[in-house]
Design a protein around this ligand. Sequence first.
Ligand code: NHF
Length: 474
Amino acid sequence: MKIYHISAECYPIAKTGGLGDVVGALPKYQNLLGIDSSVIMPWYDKPFLREHLGQEVYTGQILQGNQSYHFSVLKLKKGVLGFEVYLIKIPGLLDRQEVYGFPDEVAQFIAFQHALLRWICDTNMAPDLFHCHDHHTGLIPFFIENCYDFQALKGIPTVGTVHNGQYQGWMNWENAELMPAFDISKGGLLDWYNTINPLAAMIKCCWAYNTVSTGYLQELFIEANGLEGLFVSEKAKGYGIINGIDDDIWNPENDPFIEANYAAENLIKGKQQNKKTLCKQYGLDFRLPLLSFIGRFAIEKGADLLAPAIQEISLKFKGKVNVLILGSGDSEIESLIRQIQFELKQNIAVIIGYDERLSHQIYASTDFIIMPSRVEPCGLNQLYAMKYGTIPIVRKIGGLKDTVVDLVRKNPNGIVFKEATVKDMISGVRRALTLYNDSTRLNELRKRNMGLDYSWNNSAAKYVQLYQNLINRL
Ligand code: NHF
């Protein structure tokens, strides 16, 4: 079985969030199950690629409106990632350092999808199934069925994974001109309320869609940034498959980024040593409980609640807890967090930016990870946290609800609070501090969390089963 994952991100080549982690791990675990799973992604001007790029496998040309673009398909050197990666390089469009945020993003992702299908058609490289990730690749199921140039691919099954339904890739109808010629009578499949909506097109045209947790799937039926009706009407082909974590990268026993490696047997000593180093680096007293947030400063992640919650923590639990924040994003949220740091000075560390190495060090050192998300399709941070013997404090939503079991329930692994409000966050923190003072229970929980299996093994097999079912339908 030959599968192509099509994605804008793939760790460690390019990652801005969880999508990169998933696409950087899932194909590897699927190959271990005996299928042939590879990734097709845009080429970026990144150091990792300069170092590991192999040969060019194809050159071609596409037309966008009146503009013609040459493109090439490059392959990553064999054996670098445990799966093949093909990179689409289009000088003038897909040749930049950053993944997102350009004014011509619409043209970039249309060209990416167009070029990769052109190459596959021309080289008889057709897979048994296309697995598309998020709206950047959402036009593929439509293109292969309705574009005159891709008739050879018609009828190949497609799976569309929704990692985040908030972003849909909306574009106005003038952009249809940038697409490869398609059967205009099928144009309605691209449309959602008079705009081209690639995520909607993906849901309408793919053979099956899934979200990255069952909890999130249920939530999308009620609230999906305008697409809830569509998710409901296509419910029969919708699945929830929880993400896993890549144990080769996220494992305190051999993580090269952390000061002291540790396993469940010596977790107290190991975490303690890592915590001492991290706290020293940021001027925090390591004897106090450490509460951390890692992630994007976005409303969706509840990051706007951090500054007022820290304020409240400093009043209610003055000198009793340290808070550490690593993240970047919304500039308003960022400045509120900086301001609170400036005002408090004590018991707080803020690192603005994205730092993969530091994030590993935080999971290994911190006592608690807090996630006050308003929307959380799966959430990976709580899974990384557990793997490092850290206790997650999460809002009861999406994948967090599916993976974190509160202290009062059977087989707990964390603390769950109900609403994305400062009040509920504080009650979670209060319970965390009580737990911290009960070291026997705390260590029991930490140990249990380290033993939980959130690896990709189960979920990779679920996807393979889904592929098989779709292929069998042919
Ligand atoms: O885990 C990867 C990630 C999810 O909850 C996460 C999110 C984006 O918001 O599937 O995608």
